[in-house]
Every structure is written in structure tokens, then in C-alpha cells.
Write a protein that binds this ligand. Sequence first.
Ligand SMILES: Nc1ncnc2c1ncn2[C@@H]1O[C@H](COP(=O)(O)OP(=O)(O)OP(=O)(O)O)[C@@H](O)[C@H]1O
Ligand SMILES: [Mg+2]
Length: 332
Amino acid sequence: MALDSKILAAARRRHEERVQAFQAQREARLKAVYAAVPEAEEIDRALRALVMEAVNVSLQKGEDPVAAVEQIGARSLALQEKRGRLLEQAGFPRDYTDRDYYCEACRDTGYVGTAPCQCLMELYEEEQNAALSSLFKLGNESFDTFDLSWYDDAPAAGGKSPRQVMKIVYDFCAAYAERFSEMKKSLLFSGPTGVGKTFLSACIARAVAGQGFSVVYETAGAVFAAFEADRFQKSEDPDAARAHVRRMLTCDLLIIDDLGTEMTTSFTVSALYEIVNTRLITGKKTIISTNLTKEELQQRYSPQIASRLLGEYEFLRFAGQDIRLKRQDLGL
Ligand SMILES: Nc1ncnc2c1ncn2[C@@H]1O[C@H](COP(=O)(O)OP(=O)(O)OP(=O)(O)O)[C@@H](O)[C@H]1O
Ligand SMILES: [Mg+2]
């Protein structure tokens, strides 16, 4: 699993702010307590001295330090008990200043060993979702809200009904998202407009990002614009443009929506080749949605791209009629 460095940096910034806010609150609480209960400050000094004493005792050679440390522990407990009582008498909760860290598990470093702590990963997930907000604009796309009843269940001429087709597509995508780490293949969603390609991409994105993988969503137009900004130094911030392209090449899951709606030029074809080829070679998964059929993909893009998309990607043909129009007819 590769954490996205830009998203991780944003999460770490928020983590740092949170720790600072916590420490500021802790200091303010201590100040209020010391003002109201001066003895608490003396007790805290005594408690710190006891910690040092315990360290010194354990380092002393030749004597059995266990009994001495136990005795120090008992003195410490008695002082803490007294401190709690004094705080209560002054109207504070007993444990008002007991928390030393916002997160005990990582002691506010954000890491447990070399692994990011749960507290940092929660912020990472929030940042990841914010980065995917253009995909989650409706806010409720998930495998639970995907509704098969939008698809006609009358069998198409001699074949499966759109609902049967979409049940297979749905089941495949749900399993793909659930066991994302084991999956090897990239996906190609092909189908007419308004039948749930972006919706299912969002379901997968949400589930995969929820497992801590880095997910980047872009429309094809935005992908090529980013490549162009980087290649032709069009951006005011060349480092950001470079980082944007790098994220698209290296994230765990890249979702390219609406391939085929861009104005296809030799530049967009070469950029698409670079993305598809680089991600295949490095074993990174990609989901591409398009209204184009297999034949149209072959006509529009180079044989090298078509061969990779049609030969290496899992091709999922979506079926049904425009759900946008159906919803509009129903006044939804
Ligand atoms: N299975 C579904 N259950 C509920 N709502 C759906 C479902 N599929 C699609 N929708 C809704 O229908 C509309 C169109 O779906 P979506 O945007 O996913 O279509 P699309 O296949 O990506 O179309 P296009 O090719 O035009 O991009 C959206 O409002 C979406 O929320
Ligand atoms: Mg779409």
C-alpha cells in the first residue's frame, strides 16, 4: 500500500495542528489548576522527582531495585490520589489534567514504530475523501445504495436482461473493491450514458480508499490537462504540476472517467499510453470509464493502447437506459 505523499502531508499538517491545540489546552488547564490549587503544582514537582528517583534506582547495580521501585510507586499513587481529591474540592474533574497526549498510542508522533498511527490514518482518510469530493458530489454512492431496479429486467433480444447484466457487473465490482489488495487487473467500464459507470467507480473508490489505499479520480480531460501543464510548463507552479502527474502514475488506484470525451490529439494519445503502460508495468490498478465501444477504442487510440486496454484490462460492458432521464421523468 502506497500512501499518497500529498495527502499524507495534508494529514500530517492537520495532525500537528491538532496536537498543538491539545497541548495549548493542556497548558491552559494546568495554569487554571495551579492558580486555584497551588499545592497541585508542588505535587506535580514531587511526582516528577519520583519518576527520576525510580529511574536512578533501577539503574543502580548490585542491589535488588524491585522493592525500592515498588515503594516509590506507592508514594506516587498516594500523591496522585491526594491531587485528585484537591482538584475535586476546587470544582475540577479529578482527571482534568491527566491526559499527556492527544493520542496515547503514538504519543502524538503520528507513528507507532514505522507504521502510521490510527489517529493519523483517520485524518488521511478524511483528506483522501476530500480529494475525491468531485467524485462523491452526490455523497451517497456506495454498494448499499446501488439500486438494480433502475435497470430493465426484460431480456434483450436472445440474451440477458440489463438487470441481469448489471447484477454481474455489480457483483464483480463489489468483490473487486472488497479484495482490492489481491486484485491484479485493471477495469474498463464501457457503456451508454447514464447507466452507472461513474456511480460504480465512486462505490469502488470509497471502499478502496476506506482500506487506506491511495485513490485518484480525474476525468480524462483533467488528466490530459495535467499532463499538458507539466509537459509544456504551463502551470504557475511547475512542482505542483509535476507532483500531480506523479500521483496519477503512482497511486494505488487511478480512476479515469469519461475517456473519449476529450479532444483526441497525438499528445493525449501519448499521455494515455504513458499512463496505461506505466501503471501496467508497475502493477498499479486503473479504472477507465468510457462511452466508446471496443471498436471505437481501437479506431480512436493507437494499436499499443487498444491492445493494452482490450487485452489486459477486465472489460465490463454496462447495460440499460439512461437513469438520469428516468429520474427526471419521475421528477427525482
Ligand atoms: N444503480 C444505480 N442506483 C442508483 N442510482 C444510479 C445508479 N446508476 C446510476 N445512478 C444515478 O444515475 C445518474 C447517472 O449515473 P452515472 O453518472 O454513474 O452514469 P454514467 O454511466 O457515468 O454516465 P456517463 O457516461 O454520461 O458519464 C447519476 O445521478 C447516478 O447517481
Ligand atoms: Mg459518468
